[in-house]
Design a protein around this ligand. Structure first.
Ligand code: URA
Ligand code: SF4
Length: 203
């Protein structure tokens, strides 16, 4: 048994927040332990709670399609969520629930050491890009030490709002090139510290 599978067993019986009371099954996450790409969603929905597996409902089917666009499939990527148990009626996870669950996600990241994390939920994005808007930063990779993080729209958002579909698909299609040129991705901090713009001096 690996440390990761050991942790799955712990998560399945985890009592650390109230979501443990309402879940059918916890959804630890799945994928190869050496995956290069990790997706982080928000939390299990109805189907995930039933099956104990991430992204197996309509959003998951669309995620499979998106992976197909770049010649990937879910056997090759790691997929998990910010909270491992379904919030009742799919409400947003509460801050205390995310805090309680965070050590699991922290350890998943440490053990898997993905090259790229693609955040596909607001709360996953907030971990690396607090106070940023998805409409402004989607699809743009940023480096955090050895890790590159790309924020993207949630597949369910694109299913509900078809204008986002083309954007999400275009962002996905850039992933192979990002992986190829990964060493050229700039740190998030350095970019933010740059003077606002050099164009100002042109005026
Ligand atoms: N939405 C999520 O954020 N995660 C899932 O696992 C399924 C739907
Ligand atoms: Fe434990 Fe996370 Fe489930 Fe809360 S959401 S019970 S912290 S596994």
């Amino acid at each position: 048994m690996s440390e990761l599978t050991d942790m799955y067993a712990q998560i399945r019986v985890c009592p650390k927040c109230d979501l443990s009371q309402s879940r059918t099954n916890a959804v630890p996450g799945e994928g190869p332990e050496n995956a290069e790409i990790m997706f982080i969603g928000e939390g299990p929905g109805f189907h995930e709670d039933r099956q104990g597996r991430p992204f197996v409902g309509p959003a998951g089917q669309y995620l499979d399609e998106l992976l197909g666009l770049i010649g990937m499939d879910r056997q090759k990527v790691y997929i998990t969520n910010v909270v491992k148990c379904r919030p009742p009626q799919n409400r947003d996870p509460l801050p205390y629930e995310m805090d309680a669950c965070r050590p699991y996600l922290d350890r998943q990241i440490e053990l898997i050491k993905p090259k790229v994390i693609i955040t596909i939920s607001r709360y996953a994005m907030g971990r690396w890009f607090p106070d940023k808007k998805i409409s402004e930063i989607h699809g743009k990779p940023k480096r955090f030490g050895d890790l590159v993080v790309i924020p993207m729209y949630h597949p369910a958002a694109a299913l509900h709002q078809s204008s986002l579909k083309a954007t999400l698909e275009a962002d996905f299609k850039r992933v192979p090139q990002i992986l190829k040129d990964i060493s050229a991705i700039q740190p998030a901090k350095a970019e933010e510290q740059k003077p606002p713009t050099e164009q100002l001096s042109l005026f």
